[in-house]
Ligand binder design. Structure first.
Ligand code: BMA
Length: 853
């Protein structure tokens, strides 16, 4: 018989609107669940992304909802001493009154916390039938009541001011890429634990020597129950190949010689050791990676101001390439391990090695972190606080503290998590709103007396908790943070948003590199959200909505839609009237903007002592709801053009070219006699750990007709883990008359709207159909001109067919005389005929600008 029992309470759940009669109880759609999924399941609300439905269903967020089930009490487990029964709620969204057998046993107010309620005295004897009820209050209305009671309105960006009082996913209140959809419900598992003594926690602290040849693994147990003698707990450690390494009991310290080290992807393997604690038949298992981790912040050696900010794993400085992660779905329980894997693999295949769990979302499910551990994707983890001024009260302080402790204990064994960060943009917010924030005042007691008392959370409470619970993982107070103000480009990390829009309106891309920071934890162009291809967005053309409505609905940030229009007109030949042309233009805009920043950032990773920029994380990888946003792939996981451009920018070896034009006037007033001299710096970056010897070719083509004007090749040796300047080219306007490709970069004159690229004729030839691995190749070439942003698409209007294929590359830039090969692969479970399927292309200049009707 068992000594520890877990009884899942996942069956028989029903729900109803609280003020409706009991005859209204209906079965839930799934468990765990949230209210919108259940209502959708019964057809009680329309599909939120369609039309203006998300607005029509706002009433759901202002009702009370009741969930109910019943379950049988288990047989008491073995063990000498008093048996305890605890009801465990891994996640309740957000305000719930919990009643067991008609008696209220607890109430909750934080969806990021696990709630454990002792029910030993309330539970029916073994075999008895229990009734469990969860009454959810409106998080929005409760937030409003709390805000009113505190006597002032919170300052905030995004959503509603009351969200600052509520410990719920920030973006549920609405964000600039997400509609307001206020869910409630038991969103994570519910179960009963019965035991005399149980293992409450197993901490594994790993200390790796600087020489990397030995590691000490310290395990510490936390037990709950009268028998708290930890010696009774068995500890076993096994290696990556299942070999036994240690067997003992109680808190242990084990030394491992020449451990197999865990590396980020691209730098080595991801071996995982298994640590198991066993007490009777309770087993707690953690997979851990052994790695030496430092966040190196030291002065630069080449006279550049400020300090470095780079992660060093197993003594290798890492150039971080990645994107920001927002919740995977507005309706969280719809996300499962498979979906997490698809997203993280998308990042991996896009040559990314870091993901930032952004502070307006959540502490993800275990599977998210397990997949990152397995694939070698580093995680920058924000605490879930962002974009405003959180009130400081006893309730808020205690609940944020508990939430931090619970989640750090749950997640601290994951080798992928390399940084804990206090919040998203709250320091920046305090500065921009001129709050009483004296960066030089280091006394936390004083902070509490200011109108930005919340500083205490990030600069005192959370770092103290982290120092105790995750002492070997760096803590960073905010993102962005460091230096004389939060967005100081010379210290810490920056959020790089503003530049492209405001500072360089005519030639938006120039000089971007001068404005970068030591680490760009958020990079985005406000004006470059993009819509996924119309062909795949709208399956049945007859279903198309009037265009204006379509975009009103799908666009979550109207102010950015205005700037987007401005930039489309500034940069491309463009007309809003044609929906396909508009969609393509937004995507090309996003792709171009992404590339023009990512490449220069990489050029600044110049090797030891000169790590002027140590990484960039694109805003944003994913979407939680179908929207026109900055995401690299839409909510259905369909990559946009920018994804492929970023994939090329993030490849281990890349080449780049930066052009600067200097104008000299013949005399002070002339508008006509101006000499323009352009110089182009050609450079390369090798992020691999060994030298690369290769041939670099620089060629010049006419943008008018694609004619090759000049071409030169040279042998180059690229030293490891840094960029290298290859050559400086100089040309004046009048002069224009005249193996395996590892990296390719084509630099077009900007803005594109000055170019007529309509002459280019692009050819796409399908070949090498391989039925066994369900793939085929496309040979893509151009003649009579050069082509920008060639988008390859499956020739179908059926989104299921389109979604059955992935492209190895896309958004191609082409010059005559070379053929680019793209592999198209059908996804594993797709039922498609790869022999039959056709591919179509469109590119800048090929798309009809006129309206279709
Ligand atoms: C950032 C983020 C988000 C926001 C994004 C786009 O700086 O931190 O809060 O959604 O900009 O505006």
């Amino acid at each position: 018989m068992a000594t520890h029992l877990r009884t899942n309470i996942h069956n028989g759940w029903t729900f109803k609107q609280a003020d409706k009669p009991d005859s209204d109880f209906r079965s839930v759609a799934q468990f765990p669940t949230v209210i919108h999924l259940d209502l959708l399941h019964h057809g009680l609300i329309p599909d939120p992304p369609k039309d203006r439905n998300s607005e029509l269903i706002q009433w759901v967020g202002e009702k009370q909802w009741l969930y109910k089930t019943s379950f049988v009490s288990p047989q008491a487990p073995l063990g000498s001493g008093k048996i305890s029964h605890a009801m465990v709620f891994d996640g309740l969204d957000t305000y719930a009154k919990i009643s067991l057998n008609g008696k209220e046993i607890a109430s909750t107010a934080n969806m990021f916390l696990q709630y454990r309620v002792d029910v030993t005295d309330t539970l029916k004897p073994a075999g008895g039938q229990n009734t469990l009820e969860l009454l959810f209050d409106s998080a929005f209305l409760e937030g409003k009541r709390l805000e009113k009671a505190q006597g002032y309105k919170n300052l905030f960006w995004n959503g509603d001011s009351c969200r600052m009082n509520v410990r719920k996913i920030g973006c549920h209140f609405g964000w600039d890429w997400a509609p307001t959809l206020l869910t409630c419900g038991p969103w994570r598992p519910v179960y009963l634990e019965s035991f005399v003594t149980r293992i409450a926690d197993l901490n594994i602290d790993i200390d790796v020597t600087d020489s990397l040849d030995s590691a000490t693994v310290n395990t510490t147990l936390e037990l709950q129950g009268p028998d708290d003698n930890d010696k009774v707990v068995q500890i076993n450690i096994s290696g990556p190949d299942d070999e036994a390494i240690f067997a003992g009991s109680g808190n242990s310290s084990v030394s491992i010689k020449n451990p197999q080290l865990w590396y980020p992807v691209g730098y080595g393997k991801q071996p995982l050791y298994t640590v198991t604690a066993t007490l009777g038949d309770q087993k707690m298992t953690r997979k851990v990676g052994i790695r030496h981790l430092r966040l190196v912040q030291r002065p630069l050696e080449n006279g550049a101001p400020g300090t470095t900010f780079f992660f060093q794993v197993n003594q290798i400085p890492i150039y971080c390439r990645g994107a920001n992660w927002v919740p995977g779905d507005t309706f969280l329980p719809r996300i499962n391990t498979k979906r997490h894997r698809q997203w993280i693999e998308l990042a991996l295949h896009g040559n990314q090695n870091m993901i930032r769990v952004w502070g307006g979302g959540l502490y993800e499910d275990d599977s998210f972190y397990e997949i990152c551990d397995e694939l070698g994707i580093l995680i920058w983890h924000d605490f879930q606080l962002g974009c405003g001024v959180y009130p400081v009260s006893d309730f808020m302080t205690n609940t944020i503290r508990e939430e931090a402790i619970y989640n750090l204990k749950r997640l601290r064994h994951h080798p992928s998590i390399v940084l804990w960060c206090g919040n998203n943009e709250d320091h920046m917010f305090a500065e921009l709103h001129h709050l009483e924030y004296d960066i030089n005042d280091k006394n936390p007691d004083n902070w509490l007396k200011t109108n930005w008392a919340a500083r205490w959370y990030y600069d005192k409470m959370l770092p103290d908790i982290c120092a105790e619970l995750v002492p070997r993982v760096p803590y960073h107070n905010s993102s962005p943070w460091g230096g004389s103000y939060s967005n100081d480009a010379t210290v810490g990390d920056i959020h790089s948003w503003r530049v492209w829009m405001a500072d360089q309106p005519r030639y938006p891309y120039q000089d971007y590199e001068k404005l970068t920071g030591r680490f760009v934890s958020e990079f985005g162009m406000k004006s470059s959200p993009a819509v996924r291809s119309v062909r795949q967005l709208i399956s049945d053309p007859s279903e198309r909505h009037p265009q204006s409505r379509t975009f009103d609905n799908w666009f979550c940030a109207p102010e950015d839609q205005r700037t987007l229009s401005m930039y489309l007109i500034d940069n491309q030949k463009h007309n809003h009237a044609s929906l396909p042309a508009y969609v393509y233009a937004t995507q090309l805009n996003q792709a171009e903007a992404t590339d023009y920043a990512l490449r220069p950032f990489r050029r600044l990773w110049k090797g030891p002592g000169q790590e002027e920029c140590a990484g960039s994380l694109i805003w944003q990888l994913n979407d939680c709801f179908p929207a026109a946003s900055w995401s690299l792939a839409d909510a259905f996981l369909r990559p946009k053009l920018a994804y492929f451009v970023a994939k090329r920018d993030y490849a281990p070896i890349i080449v780049g070219c930066a052009r600067t034009t200097v104008e000299t006037r013949a005399d002070e007033f002339t508008r006509v006699y101006i000499q323009r001299v352009t110089t182009a710096d050609v450079w390369a970056s090798n992020c691999a750990v060994s030298e690369a010897k290769l041939t670099a070719t620089t060629a010049f083509y006419s943008v008018l007709d694609g004619k090759l004007l000049a071409s030169e090749s040279e042998q180059v040796a690229l030293p490891p883990n840094r960029s290298t300047e290859l050559r400086k080219l100089k040309f004046e306007e009048e002069e224009w008359g005249d193996g395996d490709v590892l990296a390719r970069y084509i630099n077009f004159p900007q803005p594109l709207r000055h170019l007529d690229l309509t002459a280019a004729e692009v050819t796409v030839t399908k070949k090498d159909v391989n039925v066994s691995d369900k793939s085929f190749k496309l040979a893509v070439s151009v003649k009579n001109g050069v082509a920008k942003g060639v988008e390859l698409m499956i020739d179908t209007l059926d989104p299921d067919v389109a979604d059955s294929y992935t492209f190895s590359d896309n958004a191609l830039d082409l010059v005559p005389g070379e053929e680019q090969i793209v592999t198209v692969t059908a996804v594993a479970d797709a039922k498609v005929d790869i022999g039959q399927v056709g591919v179509v292309e469109q590119h800048y200049g090929s798309i009809r600008l006129e309206s279709e009707n």
